[in-house]
Design a protein around this ligand. Structure first.
Ligand SMILES: [Zn+2]
Length: 771
């Protein structure tokens, strides 16, 4: 039986506690379930038919994990007797260097691989068949045959420890999670503008000064708050890893088949280093660490000086210590988002461009990276950098990590360079994974579980030869908004397991529904182990639908397995509530609450919620004189008559007009009597959105001859910076009309003193109400 047959039926039997199915993530290449089970008890012995410290390390990792959930300390014997688990290194056809063959019968479990890595991955598959936490119940491992191997060799996760610092213990926990899903690269973002996190013996000020700052723990990190502090006695935020701690973490990761790839950012994103050693920046400044606000923007230039040979020596000395700590073949040098301003103003940089015949600062950046690559290659290492290292010419052997979409990766692969894909969409895990209204503050963007799971690392643009240069992919967790480890977990679970399947399993086996079913027991395990994870994938989207003048509500979720239950009376939905099957009609003001149930059990957390109102304009045909901005589609053409009011979240429920007026005509379908008309608007100074100067209301019986009822002027100052909504309303003696025309006068340009002064202002409208 192929694993694809792990259907709802099997899942159902799992919950009835009968023969347990396996729910391994990532999905093994070949998995054949058989009748019967291996009962794990205290008499089971473990045998290693392979010598070596690495293999015995893997076996003790395994027995340790078994002891945690069962309490049994399985004895390891040279020759096991009776019911036993055998580890062996030997030839395994067709599963490669990281693959393994695993066989479970009622009396024997056999694990075979050509390399220790394969044994470790077999152990992970096996551990996923055990309970997540300590149990006294009989542990049944279903009989099965697995042969398995990864699709990609780079299966990575990046953690940014500069914006927020995480202790060595937490970094190890992070590594444990990656290992559980067969990820094999931990990209450690150790240095950035917000803090230097690695001890460099030659340059103690890097950690003595630039690893510490004054800011509020727990709040989103923000440049304007950064104040580096030389006075270590004061309450400061930060930390760094000593070289001893790093060695320990590198070894810990290696024992879990994970290579730690260190990143030292250059030539930009280096405010921290430049604050500590200003002599290596272009325009050395007098830096006083204790003055609030003196760190960023005023006198610290973010770049190393590309015209100063001492700056290169400084970096090379740093890299020598880095290479001594990290056996990784790849050393990441950043290279992204280099602000060239200081280079343009720097005499030495300009001189360097002249002597080296460089046409512009992009070529100067390329010169910088080439020079560092030469150094790394001379030390038998490989340079990897963000895709900006393509600008001005790619260094000869460089590997490109493509983050600004895939185009940099495609270009590099076409030039026969190796590539790791990590496009912001969908692999930036600092982005939202569910409705922002119910999620913790994130960087922005929207990378749901399904989008991650649907990611294909090989772009269609590459032919099969070029595709070989795609080593794999990785997700990046930047930590501007992430101050706690619980939050780290929340952002990577369950997206990291989804990415693990993308990178390990075959492309043909990818199946969203099947993945969702296998994921459920993992989520239960996360809860049992106290690991925070996002339920964003289970959120229900409540969407309005206007059909033939009627307003309908459509409920949707990414998760295909569940049943949606909803209420319209304000109560929280449960399995006894209305079961959603088809869009239903809004017949009066109501609040829809909806949530998902899987296997008849409601997903916990706040249900999705949306209020609807109904008035004479709701669901009626609406025409604009000039179209709304395609960047703000909201709920489609009927947004202004969809019964939903917007909030100060500009990204939802609002139609937008850039520099132009909004003129909308609504046909009520037949003559109707009403006494008020309203247009809802938004002002959000920081987002260049302003209330209209005035709103004109006109009505008509035939849609040709209009009578003006009123023009309502705005009373809120344009300089009012608080995001706010406002109803522009006219009330009148009830009268009959069929057509309503509303004109909202755009402010035109951002006002004097505004950052966008003189540029087109935005006008945002959410709803027309006729009552
Ligand atoms: Zn310079």
């Amino acid at each position: 039986m192929r694993s694809g047959l792990l259907t709802g039926f099997l899942l159902w039997t799992f919950f009835l506690n009968a023969q347990p199915p396996v729910h391994i993530i990532p999905q093994p290449v070949r998995l054949q379930l058989q009748d019967g089970a291996f009962l794990l008890d205290k008499n089971v012995q473990v045998q290693a038919s392979a010598a070596g410290r690495e293999v015995s390390g893997i076996i003790s990792y395994f027995t340790g994990a078994v002891k945690q959930v069962s309490g049994y300390a399985l004895p390891v014997k040279a020759a096991a007797v009776g019911k036993s688990i055998h580890f062996s290194i030997g030839s395994t056809e067709g599963v490669g260097e990281e693959g393994y063959v695993l066989s479970v019968t009622p009396t024997r479990i056999a694990i075979r691989a050509s390399k220790p890595a394969g044994l470790f991955y077999a152990v992970q598959s096996l551990l996923q068949t055990l309970p997540a936490v300590r149990t006294n119940q009989v542990i049944r491992i279903p009989c099965m045959e697995i042969s398995d191997y990864p699709r990609f060799k780079w299966r990575g996760m990046m953690l940014d420890v500069s914006r927020h610092f995480f202790s060595p213990e937490l970094v190890k926990q992070f590594i444990d999670l990656l290992a559980a899903y067969k990820m094999n690269r931990f990209h450690w973002h150790l240095a950035d503008g917000a803090g230097w996190r690695i001890e460099i013996k030659k340059y103690p000020k890097l950690t003595g000064l630039a690893a510490w700052r004054v800011d509020d723990w727990g709040k989103a990190w923000d440049w304007s708050q950064v104040r580096f502090n030389a006075d270590r006695n004061k309450a400061t935020y930060g930390g760094y890893y000593t070289q001893e701690q790093i060695k320990e973490i590198v070894a810990y990761a290696a024992a879990r088949q994970i290579t730690v790839v260190p990143e030292i950012e250059m030539p930009g994103h280096s405010e921290a280093a430049m604050a500590a050693y200003p002599e290596y920046s272009c325009l050395p400044h007098k830096h006083t660490f204790n003055e609030p606000g003196d760190f960023y923007g005023r006198d610290v230039h973010p770049n190393y000086c590309a015209g100063n040979d001492s700056a290169f020596v400084f970096l090379q000395n740093i890299l020598e210590e880095v290479m001594a700590l990290f056996p990784s073949r790849y050393i990441h040098v950043g290279g992204d988002e280099v602000d060239k301003t200081s280079w343009k103003q720097c005499e030495r940089c300009q001189r360097r461009m002249k002597t080296e015949g460089l046409k512009n600062e992009e070529e100067l950046q390329s010169y910088f990276i080439h020079r560092m690559e030469k150094f790394l290659v001379a030390h038998n290492r490989k340079l990897i950098g963000w895709d900006e290292i393509l600008e001005g010419g790619l260094a000869p052997q460089a590997t490109v990590m493509s983050w600004r979409g895939e185009s940099g990766g495609i270009k590099a692969a076409q030039m026969n360079h190796d590539v790791v894909m990590s496009p912001t969409g969908p692999l930036y895990f600092d982005y939202y994974q569910g409705d922002p209204e119910t999620e913790p503050l994130a960087f922005g963007g929207f990378n749901t579980l399904k989008r991650v799971y649907s990611y294909e690392p090989i772009p269609a643009e590459l032919n099969s030869e070029q595709a070989k240069h795609v080593l794999g992919a990785q997700a990046n967790l930047w930590t501007e908004q992430i101050a706690s480890y619980e939050h780290v977990l929340y952002m990577i679970l369950p997206r990291m397991p989804a990415l693990a399947e993308v990178l390990w399993s075959t492309k043909q086996s990818r199946n969203w529904k099947d993945f969702n079913q296998r994921l459920q027991p993992h989520l239960v395990g996360f809860e049992q182990r106290g690991l925070h994870y996002s339920k964003g994938n289970f959120k229900v989207d409540i969407k309005p639908q206007v059909v033939d003048g009627r307003l309908l509500v459509k409920l949707e979720t990414e998760n295909e397995d569940g049943t949606i239950y909803y209420t319209t009376d304000g109560t929280d939905p449960g399995t006894g509530s209305l079961r959603y099957e088809n869009p239903f009609e809004v017949k009066g003001a109501m609040t829809v609450k909806a949530a998902l149930a899987i296997n008849n059990s409601m997903i916990r957390g706040r249900p999705a919620q949306q209020a609807f109102t109904l008035n004479k304009a709701t669901g009626r045909p609406l025409q604009y004189a000039t179209p709304y901005s395609k960047y703000y589609p909201a709920n489609g053409p009927s947004t202004l008559v969809d019964g939903i009011r917007g909030t100060t979240d500009a990204g939802k429920q609002w139609h937008a007009f850039n520099g132009s007026d909004m003129v909308a005509t609504v046909d009520l379908g037949q003559a109707a009597t009403a006494g008020s008309i309203t247009l809802g608007c938004l002002q959000s100074y920081g987002q260049w959105i302003f209330f209209p100067q005035w709103v004109k209301f006109e009505v008509s019986a035939d849609g040709k001859q209009f009578t003006e009822l009123a023009t309502v002027s705005n009373t809120v100052p344009v300089a009012d910076k608080a995001p706010q909504t406002k109803d522009f309303t006219t009330r009148f003696d009830p009268r009959s009309f069929r057509y309503v025309r509303i004109t909202a006068k755009n402010l035109g340009q951002c006002p004097k003193g505004h950052p966008g002064e003189g540029q087109a202002a935005w006008l945002f409208c959410d709803e027309i109400v006729v009552e």
